[in-house]
Design a protein around this ligand. Structure first.
Ligand code: NAD
Length: 247
């Protein structure tokens, strides 16, 4: 094993991102917990054991991403792992949405992943000792099977999946793996915003009869980041209690 790897995790102030930050820190990585809500990221970093540092980033803003990268280089070191977890949506029928909403959904959920990856890709080099550089993108089962009331978000997440696969093909020559994790309905503040009726119906439809805990999703991220996963790239793993079973 080489030196301690640094992972940048976006969306780390809440829900799945906070669980990913906790899990990667427990796995022995140094974690930059990055979020537009830097106070929340700070609370997460303080509450957890391990080497975690909170930083602000707005994934929709190129200058903010460049500032994060410069700060991480100066204060933490060159990262070897990027987990794009920041995301946002509001439940609503597509017919009732407007262009401002579409643009916000795509800016955060799709272009945020694209811009973070583009900025940090030059850092993701080296490896060969079980610490190959990694990109893990948090997509959604909405992007595989569709999801009522999340139509534009589902399109953005489908984009994240296709982006991840194409990136995996391009970056393989540099030893970088890129994989996507697709959570099913997960017990986080984002999902709390859904109508009770929809949430209840989803839980009933899940074969394992419960929502995902954010730690369930973090476990899948930990696998893709682990040294043993160095031969796994361009893959999409649903963590959904069996709600979706993709061929
Ligand atoms: P959450 O709302 O609990 O956390 C999302 C985090 O992203 C927040 O801390 C928020 O501040 C941050 N964020 C939002 N916009 C940002 C921006 N512009 N720049 C930086 N950070 C920003 O949501 P969650 O449920 O933990 O979602 C995490 C990821 O998992 C998202 O990509 C989401 O789409 C995906 N997901 C969630 C579910 C679910 O059921 N909760 C299901 C499938 C996929």
């Amino acid at each position: 094993m080489g030196d301690v790897r640094t992972a940048v995790v976006t969306g780390a102030a809440s829900g799945i991102g906070a669980a990913v930050a906790a899990r990667l820190a427990a796995d022995g990585l140094r974690v930059v917990a990055a979020d537009i809500d830097v106070e929340g990221a700070g609370r997460v970093a303080e509450a957890l054991p391990g080497d975690l540092r909170a930083r602000r980033v707005d994934v929709t803003d190129g200058d903010s991403i460049a500032a994060l990268r410069a700060d991480v280089h100066a204060s933490v070191g060159v990262p070897r792992v990027l987990v794009n977890c920041a995301g946002w949506d509001e439940f609503g029928m597509f017919a009732d949405t407007d262009r401002a909403f579409w643009e916000k959904v795509v800016a955060i959920n799709y272009l945020g992943v694209v811009a973070m990856t583009h900025a940090f890709l030059p850092d993701l080099t080296g490896g060969g000792d079980g610490t190959e550089p990694r990109v893990v993108n948090i997509a959604s089962d909405a992007g595989r099977g569709g999801s009522m009331g999340e139509t534009v978000y589902a399109g953005a997440k489908g984009g994240v999946i296709a982006f991840t696969k194409s990136l995996a093909r391009e970056a393989a020559r540099d030893g970088v793996t890129a994989n996507a994790v697709c959570p099913g309905p997960t017990d986080t503040p984002l999902f709390e915003g859904f109508p009770d009726k929809i949430r209840g119906a989803l839980v009933k439809a899940i074969p394992l009869r419960r929502l995902a805990d954010p730690a369930d999703i973090a476990h899948a991220v930990s696998f893709f980041v682990s040294p043993g996963a160095s031969y796994v790239t361009g893959q999409v793993l649903s963590v959904s209690g069996g709600l979706t079973m993709n061929g």
